[in-house]
Design a protein around this ligand. Sequence first.
Ligand SMILES: NC(=O)c1ccc[n+]([C@@H]2O[C@H](COP(=O)([O-])OP(=O)(O)OC[C@H]3O[C@@H](n4cnc5c(N)ncnc54)[C@H](OP(=O)(O)O)[C@@H]3O)[C@@H](O)[C@H]2O)c1
Length: 269
Amino acid sequence: MLRIVALSLTILLAHTAAAKTVLVTGSNRGLGLEFVTQYAAKGWHVIATSRSPDDDEDLQALAAANTNITIEQLDVADLEEVAALAAKYQGTPIDVLMNNAGLFGDRPRQTWGKLDRDLFRQVMDVNVFGPLKLSEAFASHVAASETKKIAVISSTAGSISSIRNPPGAPYYAISKAAVNMAMRGTAMRLKEQGIAVAIFMPGAVDTRMLREAVGLTQEEAEAATDYDYRRFQPLTTEESISQMIATLDALTLDRSGDFLNYDGSTIPW
Ligand SMILES: NC(=O)c1ccc[n+]([C@@H]2O[C@H](COP(=O)([O-])OP(=O)(O)OC[C@H]3O[C@@H](n4cnc5c(N)ncnc54)[C@H](OP(=O)(O)O)[C@@H]3O)[C@@H](O)[C@H]2O)c1
């Protein structure tokens, strides 16, 4: 009898220890939805955040089929929502904070000669201040976890040493260069708490954003089924995310704050 109780306790403890938690931003489509899919399949508890949960049919369907997915409302540019979510999960260890949400921004409004300050602020708010503020708000949750990792999905568009021509979407490029510095500094700040930070290039991946990057408007990108993006030789979301998760799993503190390709190779700043 005692042996059975001891065995049950061991299984219970092993199960508890294995149940890790990830919080994903922008999880209703594209890379974010695939992060949710793959972490849920690994048995993690997934806090899948989105700014419009009621409209997110794909995410709702995924959560209906997986009890380990919890959907939460979060606009990463809304300070009150960020603070409220951090307070709601106070005391819950979060193993991985995945800062995925991003905004490309309308091209015409970031075209030389028509530079629009409101759009600049919006892109910087979502792509730079969002991940920075979320990292600050959730640092204690991550520090309390076993895994202790924060990631941001950046882009080679923000690689200053790689630029050869003026970027087609300058606000997006500027925001990715800025978030690289924001998260490099965050990595240094959080190292003594044992938190490792990954700054990722996910590859060119077939999502609505890539379609915007090749010149389609948001509306065209949403509707497009056949378009010429082949010059990018895009990865599928499955290929990109499985490799990023493996790279993040292997990340150690000595590489914290590095700018990493999805496969773990280094991207030049
Ligand atoms: N796909 C690529 O080739 C590529 C390459 C380099 C980097 N990236 C980066 O990868 C990340 C994911 O992009 P994706 O390719 O999956 O593009 P996507 O399909 O356009 O998805 C962008 C996601 O960000 C969300 N989002 C935008 N503004 C938000 C806000 N204020 N609060 C919360 N969520 C917000 C969107 O939600 P809504 O549906 O509500 O708009 C959507 O879920 C981005 O950071 C992007 O810059 C992508």
